[in-house]
Design a protein around this ligand. Sequence first.
Ligand code: MG
Length: 289
Amino acid sequence: MSSRVLPADTTVDALVGRYDCFLLDAYGVLVTTRGAIEGAAAFLDRLTREGRPWLIISNDASRSLDTTAARYQGFGLPITADRVVTSGALLAGYFEREGLRGSRCLVLGTDESREYVEQAGGRLVGFDADAIDVCVISAVYDDPAAPFLETVNRTVSIVLRQLGRGIPIRFLLPNPDIVYPSDHDAFSFTAGALAALFEAVIRLRDPEGHIRIAPLGKPHRPMFDEGLARLGHPDPRRVVMIGDQLVTDVLGAATAGIDSVLIETGVATRADLDAAPARPTWLLRNFLT
Ligand SMILES: [Mg+2]
């Protein structure tokens, strides 16, 4: 039993009536790895029909915007690439703001992770590089051209050698998720877990913690700032975030100063609220409610 009063239950009708703009998580809200979640397509169609701007904000940094949209479309959802903000796509703004265009970048991730870095203006280097400016920890990957263990060990070597010479490296983490639900009751680790490993490696050379890994995706501000900018900077009181995770979607919305809905079709349910770092404004069982 919860020791505190639960947030109020809401419905699709009430949300569409109350809010002008919608930010939506994808996995656990609109899709699973197997297909669309019931009611998701009708909900998106209704938002469009009733003139409510909406965007998907996803922590994925391993697939391009086109690939991401095509995947959702394959599940029957009316989602085009211009409706999607991935954490990989945040790199462009970050490189611009931080003056990183032209910097030598080592990317842990997929081919499409590297495309995001190239599009941001980064100069890609290989795992045999002598020196790097930026290490982008984009995604967990494993393919014949980039075997996971070998490339991680090569990166650890580059980092330890370079920091040992006193030459700093910038570390970026587009997707700070630690794990994702890969199947029923099964999890796979993702880039946030890989970053925790690198954090420990960095501390061997930088025990005082001057070098930090910069996270971009939910629950951090760059993702919400980008989402709100893409919606045209609406009154934050008229925007709501719908997500299935308390530590990313709900916490991020609270930090960004917007309302949130925990939809119980994914990772978290109302039973998890007591241990959560932030509480949603509303609870929604599903899009059929
Ligand atoms: Mg999710």
